[in-house]
Design a binder for this molecule. Structure first.
Ligand SMILES: Cc1cc2nc3c(=O)[nH]c(=O)nc-3n(C[C@H](O)[C@H](O)[C@H](O)COP(=O)(O)O)c2cc1C
Length: 278
């Protein structure tokens, strides 16, 4: 199933879209998305749940733009491993949606009050002081929507200012692989590894911070993806989500080059570390 999708094009085409036509996603695409989610096989066990919701076309859910009618939420427990897996699993779905011609935007700073109103999901954990951004931060009891994304069609005319600003300032810029490699340069890598790392570096991240670093063993058999120990971002509370997204791109890159690998994820020194054994 996974090998039938052009992941490379999906990775290159995907952009965070913040301006939508106010129409529902067509039924055929929704059916395909549901089917993909139900049959998708990840290379590790996980507890990520995907829920679709219908939203009002106002700015309550995403503070910076009007919501299109459809959206999806990525829900899991809030420990480091679970939220990093949300990045990996969520990105598979975001990229699959992209391959269907749909637009998306990873969104962590949603309004939890509005999400709970349109998609009750908090159960007994409803009574809390409303966090300012998303579910809040740190490990809390029970499951939360770690991130959400609109699902719809990019409204190309009359681009909103937010799209123009983020598009020109952040969206397209990515670091060179050599800035991300630890203890090795890209000249020493095989073409297949270089290909997978090139897709990995194109991953989206909160505020486009690209805080992933790639550590590669001298025999080129083990690749680790993690953020630097102690990394913190002033605006984005869950940087391990982005590391999972980056790991997803890398894994897809290996798969497209027919390279088999064993994937593992551990929490080490307060952050998620993804390991690929080739
Ligand atoms: C985990 C995650 C959370 C994000 N949260 C937000 C958000 O709350 N608000 C927002 O406008 N963009 C958000 N973004 C979108 C990023 O700003 C965007 O991915 C980045 O600038 C790169 O641009 P691109 O996605 O167009 O490649 C988020 C991205 C990721 C990966």
């Amino acid at each position: 199933m996974l090998d039938k999708i052009d992941w490379e094009s999906a990775i290159n085409v995907r952009r965070s879209v913040r301006s939508y036509e106010m129409r529902e996603v067509d039924k055929d695409s929704m059916d395909k998305l549901r089917d993909f989610i139900n049959n998708m096989k990840a290379p590790f066990a996980h507890d990520t749940k995907i829920r679709f919701f219908k939203a009002n076309s106002d700015k309550k859910l995403y503070s910076t733009f009007n919501s299109p009618p459809d959206g999806m939420a990525f829900i899991s427990n809030t420990n480091i491993e679970s939220i990093s897996k949300v990045g990996f699993i969520g990105e598979m779905i975001i990229l699959y949606a992209t391959s269907l011609g749909l637009s998306t935007c990873w969104y962590g700073h949603y309004s939890i009050e509005e999400l709970e109103r349109i998609m009750p999901h908090l159960g007994n954990n409803k009574n809390f002081d409303s966090p300012k951004w998303g579910y809040g931060k740190g490990v809390v009891e029970g499951e939360r929507a770690i991130c959400i994304s609109p699902l719809g069609y990019w409204k190309k005319e009359g681009l909103r200012l937010t799209d123009r600003v983020t598009g020109s300032l952040m969206s397209y810029k990515r670091k060179d692989i050599n800035e991300l490699l630890e203890g090795i340069t890209k000249e020493s890598l095989t073409p297949e590894l270089l290909y997978a790392l090139d897709l990995a570096r194109k991953a989206p991240s909160g505020a486009n911070s690209q805080h992933w670093r790639f550590k590669i063993s001298s025999d080129l058999k083990t690749v680790s993806i993690a953020m630097p120990v102690g990394y913190k971002h002033i605006k984005w509370e869950h940087p391990d989500v982005d590391i999972g997204i980056c790991a997803c791109h890398f894994w897809l890159g290996l798969m497209m080059k027919n390279i088999e690998c064993k994937v593992s994820l551990i929490e080490e020194k307060g952050r998620a570390v993804w390991k690929f054994q080739i």
